[in-house]
Design a protein around this ligand. Structure first.
Ligand SMILES: [Cu+2]
Length: 196
């Protein structure tokens, strides 16, 4: 169906005249303007930040076969947990499954950029570490990647925040954040996964 441009203009004019016919108090008009400006500013900040820092949604459509994680190069059992790659970047590979996070317990350094790569072995899970930017869904079939860092050493809870079944409220774990100078990098070498 083709819409004539003249009809669009007429429709727009009718809409505009309807709006201008409504009486809007100047104070209200001012606040409408301020709210639109605030929304515009926030969208601009998000767009600018995403472009400048190359920020993507957590699951940037990186797919993985959930049913055979143990056979995958990257998420085989011996590759899970904390690893340091040849450039010195700390990468943590974790699997979420009913009703735990694997490995059960990890130690990471404070004040260090960390890249978490999450996958689910069964259903939809979530992961949340309060007071950090770690909050993402872990969708079966996709890799969720989150970059974060912990400013202070301590024990941080790791919670599942997507209802995943009867044991959901028991699905939690914790992360030990060790002072940067006391943390020992694991000896294992980083695995060059297919997905990297
Ligand atoms: Cu859950």
């Amino acid at each position: 169906m083709q819409i004539e441009p003249s009809k669009i203009i007429l429709g727009w004019q009718a809409l505009r005249s309807q709006f201008t016919a409504i009486h809007v108090d100047p104070l209200e008009r001012k606040w409408i303007g301020i709210s639109i400006a605030v929304v515009g500013l926030l969208v601009a900040i998000i767009t600018f930040d995403a472009l400048l820092h190359g920020i993507n949604p957590p699951s940037k459509v990186e797919t993985i076969e959930s049913a055979s994680l143990h056979l995958s190069k990257e998420f085989a059992e011996e590759n899970l947990g904390v690893q340091v790659d040849d450039k010195g970047a700390v990468i943590i590979r974790m699997v979420a499954g009913r009703y735990s996070f694997f490995p059960k317990h990890i130690q990471v350094p404070s004040e260090t950029p960390l890249t978490f790569r999450w996958v689910s072995m069964d259903v939809l899970h979530g992961v949340h570490i309060p007071m950090t930017n770690m909050s993402t869904m872990i969708v079966p079939g996709y890799v969720a990647e989150i970059s974060t860092s912990f400013p202070k050493p301590g024990e941080y809870p790791l919670l599942c925040n997507e209802y995943c079944g009867l044991g959901h409220n028991h699905m939690w774990s914790n992360i030990s954040v060790i002072a940067k100078q006391d943390w020992q990098a694991p000896v294992r070498q980083a695995v060059k996964g297919e997905q990297q």
